[in-house]
Design a protein around this ligand. Sequence first.
Ligand code: TYD
Length: 199
Amino acid sequence: MTRKGAFIVIEGLDGSGKTTQAKLLAAKLKKSHGAVYTAEPSRGKIGKFIRNHILYGEERPPTSVEALLFAADRIDHVQTEVAPALERGQLVVSDRYLYSSLAYQGSAGLGLQWIEALNQHALKPDLALFIDVDPETVLGRLRRKKSVMETLETQRSVRQVYLHYVAKGDLTRIDGNKPKKAVAEQVLSAVTAFLGTRS
Ligand code: TYD
């Protein structure tokens, strides 16, 4: 196991396969790097509140309130799950993190600077990957399991925010339109390249 932990974030639209990819990555790096899978909204109290009362409800609170809740959940998630694992020298793979707030609450009309300011004390990821899948493809996959956030227009504008952070160099784009195995290979090679720069 490596002595130094690493915090890796996997982002993408709902239905992009990011959960599958994050779990595969954590499984692949379990033995060598003590990798663990985690996700936002988290398993903690605030994360559960978000899942039970916010995400699939008929009446959504103002976007600013949602952003505050996600930011609070993030601090809780880092304190209870991410930081302790990193301190043990483990590699942490988080399925969604800060860029989900920027992409989803940002595309819902909240200023990106406002969201960045709210999250300024959240731990910076060492590497953040964006699994990029065409919004049309994603919507087809989601037809059966649809949350309030999932219309084609929403998916497109969420993707645009993610691409903004790809252009800034904060997110690394992975072509998610390929078969699962090919996407997994790209994810693994991006992570391996990153880990190589640190050793
Ligand atoms: P998702 O990864 O789809 O969880 P699951 O597959 O378990 O339902 O995340 C749920 C939703 O939460 C997703 O539509 C994006 C949204 N979300 C935000 O809007 N902002 C955030 O900061 C986070 C972490 C998630």
